[in-house]
Design a protein around this ligand. Structure first.
Ligand code: M1P
Length: 245
């Protein structure tokens, strides 16, 4: 009698895990993933939108994957079928969004920093991005703000003022140089796990798995077996020894 095979899903972060940061996947990695797919189910989960995901991984690979989750799963495909779509407006509602934006605009006008430009609030499909200096600052202004913020904690100061009123709805995250992201609780990479049903094991591979990194929440979720990788070559090596040897 043959022993039933475990149903395994391997979920991969994209930047730094399958590709060099913001770069296109190599043909070697594409071939490797298709070979892996003969043994286990595979899926991709990234923060960027679907067109960007396709640009990085290639349309063929995205279509052949068992799951592809863009915007952390706000857009979810099972094979070639769209199974879920969500956005901030639908989930939070115009009333609460307006309250947040009004409060943030008022707060922005009180922030004391040497330089202010434009686009202080960027409304995205799944998050609001708030920048005290404004997103259309120059590269030099961006670098200067970054230095200034390290000393004066401007962004953290704003977040501390927003949390008492909006901390029950939103997570605040400082990721880059000049802004912070605001999104509903749980809308990190864990969001996609609700669609990954019917597996005995879900393995997640990511490079930013330490606290504060955008793989941390899914990596440490009880539903997955987390693996930290150093780069795409390491992802390949770890999958080889776990599933192909
Ligand atoms: O990827 C990290 C962050 O990159 C940008 O941040 P900033 O413009 O502040 O450097 C933004 O796209 C932000 O949303 C993102 O989290």
């Amino acid at each position: 009698m043959s022993i039933p095979q475990k149903k395994v899903l391997c979920l991969f972060d994209i930047d730094g895990t399958l590709t060099e940061s913001r770069k296109v996947i190599t043909p070697i990695m594409t071939q490797f993933l298709l070979k892996l797919k003969t043994k286990v189910s595979i899926g991709f989960v990234g923060g960027s939108d679907l067109p960007k995901q396709i640009e990085q991984l290639g349309e063929d690979l995205v279509k052949q994957a068992d799951f592809s989750f863009s915007e952390n799963g706000l857009v979810a495909y099972k094979g070639e079928n769209l199974i879920h779509k969500n956005d901030l407006k639908t989930a939070i509602g115009e009333g609460r969004l307006r309250k947040f934006i009004d409060k943030t605009l008022a707060l922005l006008s009180t922030v004391d920093i040497p330089v202010k430009r434009g686009t202080f609030i960027e409304f995205r499909n799944g998050m609001i991005n708030v920048s005290p200096i404004g997103r259309n600052c120059s590269q030099a202004e961006r670098d200067d703000f970054d230095k200034y913020d390290k000393e004066h904690h401007i962004r953290q100061g704003m977040i501390d003022k927003l949390i008492p009123e909006f901390g029950d709805i939103f997570t605040f995250s400082i990721g880059g140089q000049i802004s912070f992201d605001v999104f509903p609780h749980g809308w990190d990479k864990r969001y996609c796990l609700q669609f990954c049903t019917g597996f005995d094991e879900i393995h997640f591979f990511g490079d930013k798995t330490s606290p504060g990194g955008n793989d941390y929440e899914i990596f440490s979720d009880g539903r997955v077996i987390g693996h930290t990788v150093k780069n795409p070559e390491d992802t390949q090596a770890q999958c080889n020894s776990l599933f192909l040897s």
